[in-house]
Unconditional design. Sequence first.
Length: 245
Amino acid sequence: MADKERLQKVIAHAGVASRRKAEQMILDGKVKVNGETITELGTKVGKNDDVEVEGVPIDKEEPVYFMLYKPRGVISSVSDDKGRKVVTDFLPEVKERIFPIGRLDYDTSGLILLTNDGDFANMLMHPSHEVNKVYIAKTKGIPTQEQLKQLKKGITVDGEYLKAVHAKINSTDSKKNTAIVQVILHEGKNRQVRRMFDTLGFPVDKLKRERYGTLDLKGLNAGDYRPLKPFEVKQLRQLAEENVE
């Protein structure tokens, strides 16, 4: 039994659904093991068991975890109907069916995580996970301290509440009228940093995500990737679990 895992965990690792959703699927009779419908949450399966979810077999891959330094002009997806470059194009040697955790906008560079572990991905993307994501923005115009405080208080943009955990100016260029600003987010809403600065009247010229939790881009150039070390995966898991109810 030592090499067997709970059925819902196997389904989550395959990227089919989060563990909670997988549990509900089992209870709803949507999961079969070796052709038999399973409705017991305590069921464990091994590598030789055939698992089907809603009639579709799942591949029981070993979980893998990578970080990529995404260049600008790349889509945070596994495919693009317009034929543009996607993040998985940078990991051609990886045989597992990996996907990005969350997204970075097309014109934003920086650290993005990829995995085939759906449970891990859902945990990090949970609305209350509160894992720090550190961005460096180059703005047209130089925000005041008072304006940066507005970002930390939160602002409403197009009916959506956007908030930074922290914002500070790293440097300014008065001749070019530009600033380099560090922004820390917990959430990662669509084009969040750009939309916040646009609202304040400081368009973002360049944007890069430098850190994700305990990880940074040290040793990587744009387009480079590396596998996460086991302790790094464990640290991210702990960061997310500390804040998820």
